[in-house]
Write a protein that binds this ligand. Structure first.
Ligand SMILES: NC(=O)C1=CN([C@@H]2O[C@H](COP(=O)(O)OP(=O)(O)OC[C@H]3O[C@@H](n4cnc5c(N)ncnc54)[C@H](OP(=O)(O)O)[C@@H]3O)[C@@H](O)[C@H]2O)C=CC1
Ligand SMILES: O=C(O)[C@@H]1CCC=N1
Length: 264
């Protein structure tokens, strides 16, 4: 598979890193106005770094547009004539729906919205995938690529905005929870580095417990909360301060914002 990534900022470079790590291509073109974020890949086999978006499209079977919503229309317009019916066009642009892309390059093209997160750089992304009508038979191919970079879920397009909040923005939400835990640990007497390790490994353990046991979080909580113990004391104090409510409100605010991006 000849792959191109147009836009190699935070997400584009993370995808490139994941693809390179898993050698998931026969050739990889990385195109950006400024290629600094991918300069580490200059010497990688079968990787070409360029400023020429049209060349990247011409040299690919699958082209991933990892551009900000404000740039994607003009870039798509500039390469539209080079996109063939055989290309698989992937967009990771948050809030940019398939209809907007079809309006620029045509509904006769294979268009897939893919919503990964930055953990793609280490092969641990939760990635959601939705395709236009023409690309239904390309979904498996997209899954094959992105399954190498984490876990995929095929969803209907009307859920992509919600998936963006939960999975893509979700990385930032979880990071903030880890940071807050670290701050608490420092207040209790740990050095910063120790606090960071304790928080991170505990977060990893909690996620692994859910994934491996298939149990509901409350079942796992029940196993931790000794009656009249310190865990339920802490949990209830957090809930009195609105922990669950704050998270849910944050998720809804994020969703409202992404819908504004969509409508602009
Ligand atoms: N970051 C994340 O965790 C996630 C991001 N997304 C979505 O992915 C998209 C990219 O986000 P992110 O990587 O954070 O954004 P960045 O701004 O980091 O990356 C976009 C890159 O595209 C470049 N670019 C702009 N114009 C052109 C052009 N004409 N030709 C080639 N390259 C160009 C930018 O260069 P310059 O900086 O010089 O303008 C920049 O390097 C966004 O739509 C975002 O919503 C989706 C999921 C997760
Ligand atoms: O914050 C944003 O708008 C983008 C989309 C999800 C992650 N980053």
């Amino acid at each position: 598979m000849k792959i191109a990534i147009i836009g190699t900022g935070n997400l584009g470079s993370s995808i490139a890193k994941g693809l390179i790590k898993h050698k998931s291509f026969t050739s990889l073109y990385l195109s950006d106005k400024n290629t600094t974020a991918v300069k580490a890949f200059y010497d990688e086999d079968y990787v070409t770094i360029t400023n020429d978006n049209i060349l990247a499209v011409k040299e690919s079977d699958m082209v991933i547009f990892a551009l900000q919503p404000k740039h994607i229309d003009s870039v798509l317009e500039s390469v539209a004539s080079k996109i063939t019916k055989n290309h698989v066009v992937i967009s990771v642009a948050a809030g940019v729906d398939i209809a907007r892309i079809e309006n620029i390059i045509g509904s006769d093209k294979n268009i897939i919205r893919v919503m990964p997160n930055t953990a793609i750089s280490i092969g641990k992304s939760m990635t959601c995938i939705a395709a236009n009508e023409k690309a239904q038979d390309k979904v498996e191919l997209a899954q094959k690529i992105f399954n190498q970079l984490g876990t995929t879920m095929v969803i209907s397009e009307d859920l992509v905005q919600a998936a963006t909040v939960i999975c893509a923005s979700g990385i930032a939400f979880w990071m903030r929870l880890v940071r807050a835990t670290t701050q608490g640990a420092i207040q209790l007497g740990f050095e910063a580095e120790q606090a960071h390790e304790l928080a991170t490994q505990t977060c990893f353990g909690a996620a692994s417990l859910l994934l491996e046991s298939g149990r509901h979080p409350e079942q796992e909580i029940d196993r931790v909360t000794t009656p009249s113990g310190c865990t339920i004391e802490g949990l209830n104090a957090m809930e009195h301060q609105g922990l669950s409510s704050a998270l849910i409100q944050g998720i809804v605010a994020s969703f409202e914002k992404i819908n504004q991006i969509k409508n602009n």
